[in-house]
Design a protein around this ligand. Structure first.
Ligand SMILES: *[C@@H]1O[C@H](CO)[C@@H](O)[C@H](O)[C@H]1NC(C)=O
Ligand SMILES: *[C@@H]1O[C@H](CO)[C@@H](O)[C@H](O)[C@H]1NC(C)=O
Ligand SMILES: *[C@@H]1O[C@H](CO)[C@@H](O)[C@H](O)[C@H]1NC(C)=O
Ligand SMILES: *[C@@H]1O[C@H](CO)[C@@H](O)[C@H](O)[C@H]1NC(C)=O
Ligand SMILES: *[C@@H]1O[C@H](CO)[C@@H](O)[C@H](O)[C@H]1NC(C)=O
Ligand SMILES: *[C@@H]1O[C@H](CO)[C@@H](O)[C@H](O)[C@H]1NC(C)=O
Ligand SMILES: *[C@@H]1O[C@H](CO)[C@@H](O)[C@H](O)[C@H]1NC(C)=O
Length: 479
């Protein structure tokens, strides 16, 4: 708890710096989620309701006789949870309590039917995690049914009065305790989740939830950290709103991820440099078919400068932040890497041959595994190349079609005259696969969606809409 308070203080200090509504995420929990909580909650509720009952004191002639009272069994036959629009959640529990009163000479066994009704509010607390608090709780008792024992009606009335007085206090207290445990769980919403090496994301609630008869909708934002420091995100005055009726009807959770959310995560990845990479050069290596002799076939000046074959390194740098374009059923990632092509000279020094500005559009397929949103990319259309600088004279990369197959260069089938499209195809292809592999490895690690411990997204479906993405999912609680 002390740690959570410390985090809260930290968060409170950070929030003014990073703005309050960017990047927007909405987590909408539907009626199906309440039904799931009802199902999974029955067993723990039954255990929690097994309260201890003090001895029953009764006059036996002139002496006060104490009898031990034990709850033999609690059978919860109903646990209903419902949203109350504009307020919170109502819980209705119907249960049968079986008691044994160890009376001398004859014990008494009875079943007491109990109905519990509790209303709970959900609100963000000071550390911006959702907190459930019971606002009212009452228990209603039916007449007990005697299972065993032959006792006077008067005694039955006294036993029941004793038991009811105890349960009236203790059952609501048990429910409060259960809710406290739930809150500890919900508090893990603000846990730090890795985005990539040295970068993290932390979600928090920005305002009171919106509760209708069908769902509770939590407005969530995130702070993104690079090397432990929050990065400053552009402020967007418009709050992200998730339209009604998105996702699938049967989903327990519907998560809306705004365009800002994607932009922010890409900004973080770019600032962290995780999108950059070096395609190392080794002669005769499979993953890099480039070397100075191959390039020399395309650009004769290279052969002139490097009569001996040298290996070639590509340094891929993303200066501009990549952009995600979200259209209906269609997510595209636009990248503009700067690629520097260097020869590795014999003394392990690098010598820049030329550099290219590259533009490539990737189709982005999203999926969810456990709590992570993952992506996989593939190239859409042409890779566009323009020469940024050259130390090897004029290079004509007049934009031709990207040929899907690299011409085989091994057999010496290419003569210098075959020229410029080959430069394009060759460079484009050689960095395309490593770039995709790198990106897919990074996006495959995934970015945590809003989550709490032990709760996972299950069978999530992704819907791409104009300007936002919806994750529609069942939830799985695993202890
Ligand atoms: C409680 O037990 C009685 C008697 O066995 C039964 O008729 C009733 O349906 C039970 N009620 C609940 C809520 O389980
Ligand atoms: C129950 O107790 C009463 C008196 O206390 C007695 O008359 C009756 O026979 C008892 N019934 C049974 C079934 O034991
Ligand atoms: C809550 O949801 C209702 C129904 O969609 C909507 O009209 C209202 O604007 C929402 N309120 C807030 C504060 O988001
Ligand atoms: C601000 O957020 C709104 C709602 O999510 C979005 O439509 C808009 O494009 C965003 N503006 C900018 C500049 O990102
Ligand atoms: C240069 O690359 C070509 C094509 O990948 C390859 O066939 C050739 O063996 C390489 N040359 C050297 C010296 O590694
Ligand atoms: C998705 O968008 C890209 C780029 O705008 C376009 O080339 C492609 O045809 C679109 N695909 C679908 C399935 O709409
Ligand atoms: C990427 O897509 C955008 C929008 O569809 C288009 O304007 C641009 O030319 C494309 N770039 C490449 C390299 O295909």
């Amino acid at each position: 708890m002390a740690r959570a308070c410390g985090l809260g203080l930290l968060l409170a200090l950070l929030l003014p710096m990073v703005g309050t509504s960017v990047p927007g995420t909405v987590v909408r929990l539907n009626k199906a989620m309440l039904n799931y909580v009802s199902e999974t909650g029955k067993a723990p509720l039954q255990r929690a309701l097994q309260v201890t009952v003090p001895h029953f004191l009764d006059w036996s002639g002139e002496v006060l006789q104490p009898s031990r009272v034990q709850i033999l069994n609690v059978q919860v036959s109903r646990l209903d949870l419902n949203f109350i629009a504009g307020f919170g959640i109502r819980m209705l529990v119907a249960a049968n309590f079986t008691f044994k009163v160890f009376r001398v000479p004859e014990p008494l066994e009875l079943v007491l039917p109990v109905v519990l009704v509790a209303d709970a509010r959900v609100a963000p607390d000071s550390i911006r995690t959702p907190v459930v608090s019971i606002s009212t709780c009452s228990s209603f008792f039916n007449n007990a049914i005697v299972l065993d024992g032959n006792h006077s009606t008067a005694l039955l009335v006294r036993v029941q009065r004793h038991i009811k007085a105890v349960l009236r206090n203790k059952l609501c207290l048990s429910i409060s305790n259960l809710v406290q445990n739930l809150n500890v769980h919900l508090g893990t919403l603000i846990g730090l989740n890795p985005v990539g090496p040295e970068s993290q994301i932390r979600y928090f609630m920005i305002s009171a939830p919106n509760i209708t008869n069908d769902y509770i909708s939590l407005d969530i934002s995130a702070v993104l950290f690079l090397l432990g420091k929050p990065i400053v995100l552009p402020v967007n005055a418009t709050r992200f709103m998730l339209p009604e009726h998105v996702g699938t009807d049967s989903a327990m959770a519907t998560v809306g991820l705004s365009q800002d959310m994607f932009d922010s995560v890409l900004l973080l990845l770019q600032k962290a440099g995780t999108l950059n990479m070096d395609i190392t050069g080794q002669l005769k290596s499979d993953n890099n078919p480039l070397n100075t002799s191959v390039l020399g076939l395309l650009i004769p000046e290279i052969t002139h400068q490097f009569p001996q074959p040298m290996s070639v390194v590509l340094k891929v740098r993303l200066g501009a932040t990549p952009m995600v374009i979200l259209h209906t059923n269609n997510a595209t990632l636009q990248l503009q890497p700067f690629v520097e092509v260097l020869a590795v000279t014999s003394n392990s020094a690098f010598q820049s041959l030329f550099s290219l500005n590259v533009a490539v559009n990737l189709s982005l397929q999203l999926s969810v595994s456990k709590v992570k949103l993952q992506g996989i990319t593939s190239v859409l259309g042409d890779v566009k190349l323009t020469v940024a600088s050259s130390n090897v004279g004029f290079i004509d990369v007049s934009v031709g079609l990207r040929s899907p197959e690299v011409p085989s260069l091994g057999g010496g089938g290419l003569t210098p005259g075959e020229g410029t499209d080959q430069v394009h195809a060759q460079i484009g292809t050689v960095f395309e696969k490593p770039l995709l592999d790198h990106l897919n490895a990074l996006l495959g690690m995934g970015i945590a969606l809003p989550n709490v411990v032990s709760l996972y997204y299950l069978n999530a479906e992704i819907f791409v809409h104009e300007g936002y993405v919806v994750v529609s999912s069942k939830l799985l609680y695993e202890h």
